[in-house]
Design a protein around this ligand. Structure first.
Ligand SMILES: [Zn+2]
Length: 368
């Protein structure tokens, strides 16, 4: 690998602003990169339905009758990213403090582009599929809108989109549900005829005290995050809306929790002459890959070969891996060194960018 070229590619990428739905310039950079280096590449049209200005970019290094290995990183970043001035100090890249760096996820993109150049002319290797997705930060939209059948059968997929040092492997992330719990009572003058009203907040409180909020068990959490309701001090509160979320690494546990919340609110409302409405549903599928699975063993072996300590963990957050797994493409999410992501303090050690490139190249060997 060419370390200087790798770092320059990364710097080029982070200097291009690419907030969600505006990935066009990064997409063009990748398309040009592939075309200039004779690498097969296409852009899908999944963005048309979604409404962004670039589709998912897919580059392929063909190998006939070989296993098919996929890597993926997302092209969009969070804000602020209008103008990013990367600075290198002591082998660490950070922004000038006025913007994010965008190592999330341009670190993954740069590593993939560098790997392509290094392995494209090798004959004894798996077929390699490199996916550059759009709209991850605002809802994992790239793979969500993608016709993943187009990718064909994939023997193993690795998403390069976790903070932490290379060697850390996200084997699971929770199923995620959210929505609004709404209790509708009845308004009445609070001084003249409060008995004619039904105070929605009191009803909601009765329901909530029957529930376990916070950490439900080691795999499951839930939260009441926002409350909106009421008209004035002298009106019995006619309705209250509670913004609710719940997460679990276990799908059945999450379903059971949502059913319980629904049942408790519904029964309490009917006992106290209120009505209950809910928009809560599972929004993001979770996943859990066994540490003995082939795709897990491959990354452990690859780590060993390049002197990294492999360490499995679960994440509280979601990534494109959640969607790929739900669509039948078995995926792990690999840490690639990005740190303090989604803040203006974000930084990336050059060493970690290099290690990430080494790791995915070593992974290729496991799929020969
Ligand atoms: Zn990311």
């Amino acid at each position: 690998m060419n370390k200087e070229r790798l770092v320059n590619t990364f710097l080029d990428l982070v200097r291009i602003p690419s907030p969600s739905r505006n990935e066009r310039r990064v997409a063009d950079y990748i398309l040009n990169f592939c075309n200039a280096n004779g690498i097969e590449v296409y852009e899908d049209d999944a963005n048309i339905e979604y409404g962004g200005n670039a589709g998912n970019i897919v580059a392929i290094l063909r190998a006939e009758n070989k296993k098919r290995l996929m890597f993926s990183a997302h092209m969009d970043t969070v804000l602020p990213c209008d103008e990013i001035n990367p600075i290198i100090e002591d082998e660490v890249i950070h922004s000038d403090g006025t913007s994010i760096l965008g190592g999330d996820d341009k670190c993954g993109i740069a590593a993939m582009l560098e790997m392509m150049l290094n392995v494209k002319s090798l004959t004894d290797r798996p077929e390699l599929i490199f996916v550059f997705s759009f709209g991850e930060e605002n809802g994992l939209n790239g793979p969500k809108y993608m016709d993943t059948q187009q990718l064909g059968k994939i023997d193993g997929a690795y998403i390069l989109d976790s903070s932490g040092r290379p060697g850390e492997i996200v084997k699971g992330a929770p199923y995620f549900a959210n929505g609004v719990l709404k209790v509708i009572g009845k308004e009445a003058h609070a001084g003249i005829c409060p008995e004619k009203g039904v105070n929605a907040l009191c009803v909601a409180a009765q329901a909530i005290t029957q529930l376990h909020i916070g950490r439900v068990d080691e795999e499951t959490t839930c939260n009441l995050g926002e409350v909106k309701g009421g008209l004035a001090y002298n009106i019995v509160m006619p309705s209250v809306e509670i913004v609710f979320e719940a997460r679990s690494l276990n799908h059945d546990k999450l379903e059971n929790l949502l059913n319980q919340v629904h049942l408790v609110f519904k029964e309490t409302c009917s006992e106290l002459n209120a009505r209950f409405e809910s928009t809560v549903k599972i929004q993001t599928p979770g996943f859990m890959i066994d540490e003995d699975d082939e795709i897990s063993r491959a990354v452990v072996n690859a780590c060993e070969k390049i002197g990294l300590q492999a360490e499995f963990k679960t994440s509280g957050g979601a990534s494109d891996a959640n969607i790929y797994n739900s669509k039948g493409i078995k995926s792990l999410n690999l840490a690639c060194g990005m740190s303090e992501v989604h803040t203006v303090q974000e930084y990336l050690r050059i060493e970690d960018l290099v290690k990430t490139t080494e790791l995915i190249t070593a992974l290729m060997e496991e799929y020969k």
